[in-house]
Design a binder for this molecule. Structure first.
Ligand SMILES: Cc1cc2nc3c(=O)[nH]c(=O)nc-3n(C[C@H](O)[C@H](O)[C@H](O)COP(=O)(O)OP(=O)(O)OC[C@H]3O[C@@H](n4cnc5c(N)ncnc54)[C@H](O)[C@@H]3O)c2cc1C
Length: 459
């Protein structure tokens, strides 16, 4: 039998790679993990965590307004971007150290350099050394796509640079309609920047329920964000004060910064995938089966590099189940159905299950329940914002197949109501729960009147 330097070699110490290393190590596997950047990966260093900290910072703007309504005397608040960025960096450094400790405790050997595949059992490191492994896990994540090769693309920043700007831009143009673009629009607007969000499609948040898209767009507008759809940035050039962006309709907009958040792509380039025989799918992501196994039987891939559902908990679970399957003798396939998801815009979006449009495709009869109301907290200061909630119900089985919320704490509510949806709760089950008053979430169990019923025509 062939002898290998390690049982498992992992490329990438992000969400998926670190979890796989820990679990495999706990099963007694000899693990080595290579990381070319900082340990923790996208989520910890330049994704979920710094993003959420900036979102928290931006939401104080509303709190100051509400506080005055509740009788507090609020001195004119001022904001120091460098303080926020320094404190954010300190927290990320703390988390990075925690990730390194996790690897150490699991007995995994961390090597801080780039790695690639030489063949199906060999990884080559940037320092020229080679490591043979019985199993290899590719967990290299993804990166921002630069977008079209327009004139002046070198002036454009991505979310990665946005986290470390030396100063808060007074004016920023953000191109993109996905969750990252919308979240950064909310961050910068809350902190006081004048934000223009520009998206080539007809409305932001493609793939989300149409009512959610409409409601959030209206809310962004109410918060002073200019949302331009059906347009693109054609060129960017430096001006004396910042940058001019030339739009597809001929308009010119001058801002201090231009940011693109137009999509992400799997990190597959220069990894030696061909040498090892690892195949890509039609989306240029690593093709895997339900156990995250690639076209080469001893090579597995998890997380964003497989472009299944690009979220941290999904990468973590895929990494965990990979280790259970291979080193714990417990074959586990990740269930990618009904994954709760959030957009940390302000107000935020929380979703589990399918949209009304998808339900209409899938089911013969669909019942829709909707409500919109002003969140109680905002009433006293008369802040102009409304919460939106929607239930999508399979009319034949009464099962709740989609819950969509736009409003404060939507993500927290969805995480909890997600248990019910995953357990296949019916609308009658929702109705049987006593309301908890006064809360926003009580609306989920008190929506009695159908907004619409859709029935497919009999054929
Ligand atoms: C701005 C932003 C906000 C986000 N917000 C959220 C959120 O709120 N909630 C959520 O669930 N998800 C969020 N995500 C997505 C989340 O960050 C990813 O889904 C998650 O990090 C994927 O984990 P991963 O293990 O696949 O890859 P990553 O975490 O990206 O880790 C991959 C690691 O591999 C390393 N690497 C790559 N190639 C090599 C190589 N050849 N050799 C050595 N090392 C290599 C990289 O440096 C990186 O550290 C966000 C992403 C972004 C960009």
């Amino acid at each position: 039998m062939a002898q290998y330097d390690v049982d498992l070699f992992i490329i990438g110490a992000g969400s998926g790679g670190v979890r796989a290393a820990r679990i495999a190590g706990e099963y007694g596997a000899r693990v080595m993990i290579a990381e070319e950047d900082r340990v923790g990966g996208t989520c910890v260093i330049r994704g979920c965590v710094p993003k959420k900290l900036l979102v928290y910072a931006s939401r104080y703007a509303d709190d100051f307004i509400d506080a005055a309504g509740y009788g507090w005397t609020v001195p004119q608040p001022t904001f120091q971007w460098p303080t926020l960025i320094a404190n954010k960096d300190a927290e990320i450094a703390r988390l990075e150290r925690a990730y390194v400790t996790t690897l150490e405790r699991a007995g995994a050997q961390l090597t801080r350099q780039r790695a690639l595949l030489e063949d199906r059992h060999t990884a080559r490191l940037a320092d020229g050394s080679k490591v043979s492994a019985k199993y290899i896990l590719i967990a290299t994540g993804g990166g921002a796509t630069p977008g079209h090769n327009i004139l002046g693309l070198e002036h454009v920043i991505s979310s990665k640079e946005a986290f470390d700007l030396p100063e808060l831009p007074k004016r920023i143009l953000i191109q993109g309609g996905g969750y990252i673009a919308v979240e950064f629009a909310g961050i910068f607007a809350g902190l006081g920047s004048k934000v223009t969000l520009i998206y080539r499609g007809e409305n932001i948040l493609r793939g989300f329920d149409d009512d959610v898209r409409e409601h959030l767009r209206m809310e962004l507008g109410n918060r002073g964000i200019t949302v331009l759809t059906g347009k693109t940035v054609e060129a960017v050039e430096a001006s004396s004060e910042g940058y001019y962006s030339k739009l597809s309709d001929g308009a010119m907009i001058e801002t201090d910064r231009v940011m693109f958040a137009v999509g992400r792509r799997p990190n597959v380039e220069g990894l030696g995938l061909e040498a090892a025989g690892v195949k890509l799918n039609a989306k240029s992501a690593i093709a895997v089966n339900e156990f995250s196994q690639t076209s080469v039987s001893n090579i597995y891939a998890v997380g964003d590099v497989t472009d299944r559902i690009n979220l941290t908990p999904v990468a973590v679970r895929e990494g965990h189940y990979f280790a259970d399957t291979i080193f714990g003798n417990k074959p586990m396939a990740v269930d990618h159905e009904d994954v709760p998801t959030a957009v940390f815009s302000t107000p935020e979006v929380g979703v589990i299950g399918i949209t009304e449009a998808k339900a209409r495709d899938r089911f013969a009869k669909v019942d829709i329940y909707k409500t919109t109301f002003r969140p109680m907290r905002a009433t006293v200061a008369a802040r102009d914002t409304r919460t939106f909630m929607k239930l999508v119900v399979d009319g034949d089985t009464d099962r709740v197949v989609g819950v969509h919320i736009v409003g404060p704490d939507a993500a927290e509510i969805i995480q909890a109501v997600g248990i019910a949806v995953k357990m296949k709760a019916t609308k009658a089950d929702f109705d049987a729960v006593m309301a908890l008053h006064p809360t926003a979430a009580e609306e989920l169990v008190t929506m009695r009147d159908k907004a619409t019923t859709f029935e497919k025509e009999a054929k």
